[in-house]
Design a protein around this ligand. Structure first.
Ligand code: NAD
Length: 360
């Protein structure tokens, strides 16, 4: 299969980790007989330096013409970098908001899983970590409280602030469909998280999710209130497969799930629109403190590339091969500095990429 991939190396460790992900994708091409064509665009601080804005319209057009986008990370040291003296709409992060909006990316996927070999890094009690977990948080990204009307005004002499949590049935239906589609590629269970005992928006959420579920008879659906979900994530994370939820609940729960899995350098993510198109990036930032030192952990980016294979290209066995290679290399005891443990061999970013590619 031929695929076009737009590549955003970005700032800080971005270029280093993307180079390793491409090394692994090239190995996938070689092994499975595919061909990937890469086109670089600038975004973030490097685009500000070269073009005066964090993302140009030409770069957006290039991204739109691709089958998927692979992103490293953007941004610099927010205290010292001159990029943060610019007005907010010209700062690096504005590029990220613009590309998400322009590409219509409404579904954010964040896997949280505990690799067997990294169980010691899990902050949960040993008997919970021992069971392991492998869940996918599916968060709605473009609606809800963060996008509703808001204002601050004086009412009866008191300063009063209002935020509006708004969803229509179409916004709920399209993310629910994505959630069930993803569940069909996994263990076929969806936990829909809401606050239907209090919120109207949650009652509509639950109603539409139930409707969509009728089209997926093989998938088990359960509803869970968000306060209970936050508790269950630390009490028994093994129970979850796909966690489907709205924007703010997903924002909070995905960070909680990331925390319990122990290492930022391991966490992939994807943002999808209503076609197969997606933007794939690690959950961490540009780590300017270790940039250019060959210390970055490229595994989150490599695992994001595996998600691209699975969800945008329907290359499930190729994605399996990348994920298996990551497990193998960890089992063999290789670690980057951020996940090092006693008795392990510490390697740099480049060597980690070489090892993963060689195990495919
Ligand atoms: P960060 O995730 O970049 O770093 C937090 C800590 O984790 C640092 O000590 C860093 O060295 C370490 N770390 C992160 N990724 C690592 C990796 N792959 N390997 C080894 N260690 C790693 O968060 P931050 O320091 O708060 O932010 C730095 C910059 O990144 C800021 O400009 C921020 O706005 C930006 N940022 C960008 C994105 C993105 O591009 N999507 C996301 C978050 C933050």
């Amino acid at each position: 299969m031929n695929k076009k991939i737009t590549v955003i190396r970005g700032d800080g460790i971005g270029p280093e980790i993307v180079t390793e992900a491409i090394k692994v994708l090239d190995k996938v091409c070689e092994k499975f007989g595919h061909s990937f064509e890469y086109t670089d665009i600038l975004m973030g601080g490097c685009s500000i330096d070269a073009c005066g804005v964090p993302l140009t319209d030409e770069a957006v057009a290039t991204a739109k013409a691709a089958d998927a986008v692979l992103l490293g990370a953007i941004g610099g040291n927010t205290s010292t970098s001159p990029w943060y003296k610019l007005e907010p709409k010209l700062r690096p992060e504005a590029g990220l908001l613009k590309i998400r909006k322009e590409l219509g990316l409404f579904a954010n996927l964040r896997p949280a899983l505990l690799f067997d070999e990294l169980k010691d890094a899990c902050p949960l009690r040993a008997e919970i970590a021992e069971k392991g977990f492998d869940m996918m948080i599916m968060r709605e990204l473009t609606g809800g409280l963060y996008f509703g009307d808001r204002r601050t005004e004086v009412v009866d002499g008191l300063e009063t602030a209002v935020d509006t949590l708004i969803y229509n049935e179409n916004e709920i239906r399209r993310i629910a469909r994505k959630g069930f589609d993803i569940a069909m590629k996994r263990r076929k269970k969806v936990t829909s998280v809401d606050k239907a005992n209090v919120l109207d928006s949650s009652r509509l959420w639950r109603k539409i999710v139930n409707e969509v579920a009728k089209d997926y008879p093989e998938v088990e659906l359960e509803h869970m209130l968000v306060d209970n979900a936050a508790m269950q994530l630390v009490r028994d994370p093994a129970q979850f497969d796909v966690v489907l939820t709205e924007n703010m609940f997903g924002d909070i729960l995905s960070d909680e799930a990331a925390m319990v899995s122990g290492s930022l350098g391991m966490l992939a993510s994807a943002s999808l629109n209503d076609t197969k198109f997606g933007l794939y990036e690690p959950s961490h930032g540009s780590a300017p403190d270790i940039a250019g030192q060959d210390k970055a952990n490229p595994l989150a980016t490599i695992l994001s590339a595996a998600m691209m294979l699975r969800y945008s290209f329907d290359m499930d066995k190729e994605a399996d091969a990348v994920e298996a290679a990551v497990s193998t290399v960890l089992k063999e005891g290789y670690r980057t500095g951020d996940i090092k443990a006693e008795g392990c061999t510490v390697v740099g970013c480049r060597q980690m990429g070489d090892l993963i590619a060689s195990r495919i």
